[in-house]
Write a protein that binds this ligand. Structure first.
Ligand SMILES: Nc1ncnc2c1ncn2[C@@H]1O[C@H](COP(=O)(O)OP(=O)(O)OP(=O)(O)O)[C@@H](O)[C@H]1O
Length: 564
């Protein structure tokens, strides 16, 4: 219920459109009921007048029938337009809202998510929330309005008939939907969970094709996909069967209403307390009233899946960002020193600290190498410097101010970065490079690519810089991808350059040549080089050796190598 109310609050900006849509839907449905009732009354009255040989005014009822028909058709058309406009506006506002919530979480707070699962939430769950109005809220409100008016009108003619209609409407509009909703709730919830699981499994199945071929000859992963798919089909079948039963139940109640009105009204005609045309009018009105009840069981069936989607979206959106938001951010100075003072960091839930008591100062023009074995904390240190995570202990500063005062995104603009898993977009080499600076000249691109040792490769390609690199850079080798990333980092005009294993995948000779060129070309910048390798370390101003998150050795390269 809490989640439903929260969705309603998110709908508030579209409340006007939604109220209009409900009013139009109620009007169109009332026009339909009135059309049926008036038609019944008119035909019977005309027949009775013909039998009695008397004349009657047929202009007024005929005009009313025409008017109700026009209102019903026009009203339905406009109601659909307005209802869909309201829904689309709601969905259109929901997507940026969720994206705005997710953006500060990425990448650190989304690490637990399978990419396929996250994708499903962003697509399927948001799409499911759009049902909130058209499939749940509107049918319920319209049913209450129309049935309320219909029963009041019936009561005006005959209390017993009104009571019979009320009981059957209660059974079809409340008892049946609640029953069907309750019976299908476990399946509906599983449909939501399983459809997202199935998507995630399918994405994984495609992404890990090669690994599965090698390590999964028994097709266990495939069996898991099929099992989830079968479970999904099973649950969908249950939900559909119950929906069918519910629709039969509503039909039964509608016909019972017809029979009940005739059964109660028939003796009254004989007694002369109710006119024949009025009885037919009430009978057809009763039948027509149940049209509004038809969507309610489906609304109740939709509810659990909708609530499950809402819960998952909110649980994602409510995650605390790894770096707290800054209430009054200060503008980040163009340049200045990056300082770590006794910094410690422990990953949430981890037993041991990833970094402890780390201190260093990186100024423009200074080059620091962070060296250490795998798992010693090098990448964690980069995460902290770029404010993807907040330090658990100690202070990190930029230009003399604590980094907590700056908007993380604004701070990151002062850094050009080649990350450990640098992302290549599935577009051309040129587009990937120009991400650093869309207006950069061809000359600078050539220069950066030459420094990164990738220019010759690009020129050898038939499409040159227009070569498509494929999804995640699948059409270039790992080493080529790294060098494209390095060229992109060099193209970004920022006072600091962070290079996390820039020469991974290169042979020692090329590694030396590339690093020498890069360090020479970035003399003015502050360079933080994260590396396993000892190539070009003699060109650095300071070498810091990390082990298990602690600095175990530091100093000028000559000193460090003498001691180690
Ligand atoms: N997201 C994470 N959650 C929990 N622990 C993590 C996470 N990322 C890294 N760690 C742990 O933190 C420690 C430091 O990892 P880090 O990735 O910083 O090392 P690294 O020196 O960059 O290693 P490599 O050279 O292999 O990239 C390791 O013990 C690692 O298992």
């Amino acid at each position: 219920m809490k989640d439903f109310l929260r969705v309603l609050r998110l709908m508030r900006p579209q409340a006007g459109w939604m109220a209009l849509s409900i009013a139009l839907a109620a009007l169109a449905t009332l026009a339909h009921v009135a059309l049926m009732a008036t038609s019944g009354w008119f035909i019977t009255a005309m027949a009775a007048a013909g039998l009695a040989g008397v004349s009657m005014n047929y202009f007024t009822p005929a005009a009313m029938i025409r008017a109700f028909a026009i209102v019903r058709t026009g009203g339905r058309y406009v109601e659909r337009l307005v209802g869909h406009e309201a829904t689309l506006k709601f969905v259109a506002s929901l997507r940026p809202w969720l994206f705005g919530r997710l953006e500060p979480l990425a990448p650190a707070a989304l690490e637990d998510e399978r990419s396929g699962d996250l994708m499903t939430r962003l697509r399927g769950d948001i799409d499911r929330l759009e049902f909130a109005f058209l499939r749940i809220l509107q049918p319920m409100v319209v049913a209450v309005i129309v049935i309320g008016i219909g029963i009041a009108y019936a009561a005006f003619h005959d209390a017993a008939i009104a009571m019979a209609l009320a009981v059957l409407a209660f059974a079809a509009g409340l008892v049946l939907p609640l029953l069907v909703g309750r019976l299908s709730a476990p399946s509906a919830r599983r449909v939501t969970a399983n459809s997202s699981d199935l998507n995630a499994l399918l994405v994984e199945h495609l992404e890990a094709r090669a690994e599965l071929d090698i390590y999964d000859p028994g097709h266990r992963h495939r069996a898991a996909v099929l099992e989830t798919s079968d479970a999904l089909i099973d649950d969908e079948r249950k939900v559909a069967s119950l929906a069918g039963l519910a629709s039969a139940g509503v039909g039964l109640c509608a016909n019972l209403a017809l029979v009940a009105v005739i059964a109660i009204g028939g003796p009254q005609i004989a007694a002369g307390t109710l006119g024949g045309p009025d009885l037919v009018m009430l009978a057809l009105m009763g039948l027509a009233l149940f049209e509004v009840v038809g969507p309610l069981p489906v609304a109740m069936q939709t509810l659990p899946g909708f609530l499950a989607s809402a819960r998952r979206i909110f649980s994602l959106a409510d995650r605390a960002p790894p770096v707290p938001a800054v209430a009054m951010p200060e503008s980040v100075p163009e340049t200045g020193a990056l300082t770590f003072e006794n910094v410690g960091f422990t990953y949430p839930g981890a037993g041991a600290a990833a970094l402890s008591d780390v201190s260093f100062t990186l100024r423009p023009g200074k080059r620091i190498a962070i060296v250490g074995p795998s798992g010693s904390g090098k990448s964690s240190l980069v995460s902290l410097a770029l404010r993807y995570r907040a330090a658990s202990e100690g202070k990190i500063g930029f230009a003399g101010q604590p980094v907590e005062r700056f908007e993380p995104e604004a701070l990151r603009r002062r850094f050009a970065v080649l990350a450990q898993s640098d992302h290549l977009f599935s577009t051309t080499i040129d587009d990937n490079l120009r991400l650093a600076d869309p207006a950069v000249s061809r000359g600078r691109i050539d220069q950066a690519c030459a420094l990164a040792g990738i220019l010759d490769f690009i020129k050898e390609q038939p499409d040159g810089f227009d070569t498509y690199v494929g999804a995640h850079g699948a059409k270039v080798s790992g080493g080529q991808g790294r060098r494209l990333g390095l060229a992109r980092a060099l193209l970004k005009d920022a006072p600091f350059l962070i290079l996390d294993e820039p020469t991974e995948g290169l042979d020692p000779e090329t590694e030396e040549r590339v690093l020498e060129g890069v360090l020479e070309a970035t003399r003015e910048r502050g360079v933080l080089l994260i590396t396993h390798s000892h190539a070009c370390l003699e060109l650095m101003d300071e070498v810091i050796v990390l082990e298990a998150g602690r600095i175990v050795e530091r100093g000028a390269p000559g000193e460090v190598f003498r001691r180690t």
